[in-house]
Write a protein that binds this ligand. Structure first.
Ligand code: 13P
Length: 257
């Protein structure tokens, strides 16, 4: 089965509640015709419910940027999967900024992924190597290890709900994007091979894998022309309606059916 391309905007810590709602009102008419592409925005928790409400009659999905693995409890500042249910459809897990600044470990990524699945949320699991690891030739080992750890104990039936995002840390917010060929070799090579070892080839071929890291309208076509890249997880270029819509349009033209 063909993999439907998916473009997700990770807004990180940007946009107030008002700005978030205004943004999606502006976005909807710009992208409504690109039905061959799954479109997702990931606002801050504060704006999540209002954005979901504003998008109720559109095809644009809503994702959270993280979650806790417990359903409830004494975890000041945290948001549980039960709270996201009915509001968000997706949840980003293991973003390198959460790994770096919030000390999210592979084990936590695994717990969060299981919790998300238990509450019918679709995890977007982010993996990627640092500049240091890249220069030391450790990219494949690091990425493969992160995938194995994130998916530990997750059965094959759940893989249809999981999206993986390959985001080399050195490419995030730096303007120094990985070339299409490099992204394709890690996604089509390392990641699909790891998935194949874990779940067999048919499932490895069916999982959608995004590239992320300085994706912009002028380099998007380079990614979408690669056979194994199924879309993008976008930071900076998702914060403006015109650039985010341009990315979706390019995905539609190259891979949307
Ligand atoms: P940029 O697109 O700003 O490089 O961010 C990528 C990212 O971290 C998306 O999750």
């Amino acid at each position: 089965m063909a993999r439907k391309p998916i473009i997700a905007g990770n807004w990180k810590m940007h946009k107030t509640l008002t700005e978030s709602v205004e943004f999606v009102h502006e976005l909807v008419p710009l992208v409504a015709e690109f039905t061959g592409v799954e479109q997702v925005v990931c606002p801050t928790f504060v704006a999540l419910a209002a954005v979901a409400d504003a998008l109720q009659d559109s095809d644009i999905g809503v994702g959270a940027q993280s979650l806790h693995w417990e359903a409830q409890g004494a975890f000041t500042s945290q948001i549980s999967p039960a709270m996201l249910q009915g509001i968000a459809e997706y949840v980003i897990i293991g973003h390198s900024e959460c790994r770096a600044y919030l000390h999210e470990t592979d084990e936590m990524v695994n717990k969060k992924t299981k919790a998300a699945l238990a509450y019918n949320l679709k995890p977007i699991i982010a993996v990627g190597e640092s500049n240091e690891q890249n220069e030391a030739g450790q990219t494949q080992t690091v990425v493969s290890g992160q995938i194995r750890a994130a998916l530990d104990g997750i059965d094959a039936a759940n893989m249809q709900h999981i999206i993986i995002a390959y985001e080399p840390i050195w490419a995030i917010g730096t303007g120094k994007n990985a070339s299409g060929a490099i992204a394709e070799s890690i996604i089509g090579g390392t990641i699909r091979t790891t998935l194949s070892e874990l779940y067999g080839d048919a499932i490895a071929q069916s999982v959608r894998i995004q590239y992320g890291g300085s994706v912009k309208p002028d380099n998007m076509a380079e990614y979408m022309s690669q056979p194994n890249i199924d879309g993008a997880l976008v930071g900076g270029a998702s914060l403006k309606t015109d650039s985010f819509a341009a990315l979706i349009q390019i995905a539609q033209e190259q891979k949307g059916s």
